[in-house]
Design a protein around this ligand. Structure first.
Ligand SMILES: [Zn+2]
Length: 336
């Protein structure tokens, strides 16, 4: 169990959200943590609940106006049960490497591919908001590029139209326990990945591997004065001039050395390629940035599964959600 109260395994998830009523209760708790307030007349008080199992509607006892629990969310106006949406959001936000519509249809037990495709598409649209804050600062940042194979309809099998993707990732350091007597080779790796940014840099105005394109990527994504680690490529030579502390790998041609200098971004590129090829059988250049945004979204929230889950469902969360214990025991109630 995640300390923040979010299920960390499929069986736990099923215990917390066993049916549509449990999901409805969650939506209600998020939206009205202090108890139902009628959006129409503003009266506070227990609403009328319809006895039908699938109902997501609450009726004000004063003005008799119905309020939908899914209004303004990803699930709005959908005929698919809440539990299917919740299950889908859990799968798409917690399972690297993501889901194809066909896998999704099978796992959700949906009879129609189109339904699975639409649910997946809507959940994804809650996950592709480009992240705008600058990374780095007190954390060093690894920067590199890789080529990603695209696919174009009507050109047959195989890979066409490689796209160049630039990536930046924060290097964070684990604090070693003060009494750590573990011999160095047995210790966990002392660094781990912080926030990630990925951007298609081919097809922009400047030539893809030009100093302009790479500097523009760094300037747009990394805070000035951060330590930026790159390989020895001359496209990065200007970084000191624009205000970064640049650590370039000077000796080229030794893959082991490059691996030690840029381990995190290389790992990200390798996982990204596997995801794009394996899950989506290649992605057209046109949609590549949206897929990169989804990848970044999931990666940056891997320690905050509840935030990712709520975002995919389109739930605006301004207050503390109910805890697992409250949901699980069924004891969650509005304060009177
Ligand atoms: Zn009312």
């Amino acid at each position: 169990m995640d300390p923040r109260g979010f299920p960390t395994s499929l069986p736990e998830f099923q215990r917390v959200f066993p049916n549509d009523q449990a999901c409805a209760k969650y939506l209600e708790a998020l939206r009205w943590p202090e108890g139902f307030v009628c959006p129409k007349c503003g009266v506070v008080g227990e609403p009328y609940r319809f006895p039908t199992r699938s109902s997501v509607v609450l009726r004000c006892r004063t003005c008799k106006v119905n309020t939908s629990l899914t209004a303004g969310t990803t699930m709005q106006s959908s005929h698919t049960p809440l539990s299917t949406w919740f299950w889908g959001a859990y799968l798409i936000t917690t399972q690297t490497p993501g889901q194809s519509a066909l896998q999704f249809q099978r796992q959700l037990g949906l009879s129609r591919y189109e339904t699975a495709y639409q649910i997946l598409h809507k959940l994804r649209s809650g996950m592709v908001n480009p992240e705008r804050d600058l990374i780095g600062g007190k954390y060093p940042v690894e920067v590199d590029e890789c080529y990603v194979g695209g696919r174009t309809q009507g050109e047959g099998r195989g890979v066409h139209h490689m796209a160049l993707v630039a990536g930046a990732i924060e290097v964070r350091r684990r604090a070693p326990p003060s009494d750590d007597r573990t011999p160095a080779p047995k210790r966990k790796r002392s660094v781990y990945a912080g926030r990630l940014r990925l951007r298609v840099v081919s097809g922009l105005d400047a030539p893809p591997r030009s100093a302009e394109a790479l500097s523009a990527f760094v300037l747009k994504n990394i805070a000035r004065r951060s330590v930026v680690r790159t390989d020895g490529y001359k496209g990065y030579a200007d970084l000191v001039d624009v205000g970064y502390r640049h650590e370039a790998l000077t000796l080229r041609g030794d893959p082991d050395k490059a691996e030690r200098h840029l381990p995190l971004i290389h790992l990200v590129f390798s996982n990204l390629q596997t995801w794009l090829l394996g899950t989506h059988h290649g992605v057209s250049q046109h949609h590549l940035q949206a897929y990169l945004n989804e990848y970044v979204f999931r990666f940056n929230r891997r320690f905050y599964p509840m935030t990712a889950f709520n975002s995919a469902l389109g739930l605006a969360v301004n207050s503390a959600p109910p805890t697992y214990a409250q949901l699980y025991s069924g004891a969650w109630k509005h304060p009177a």
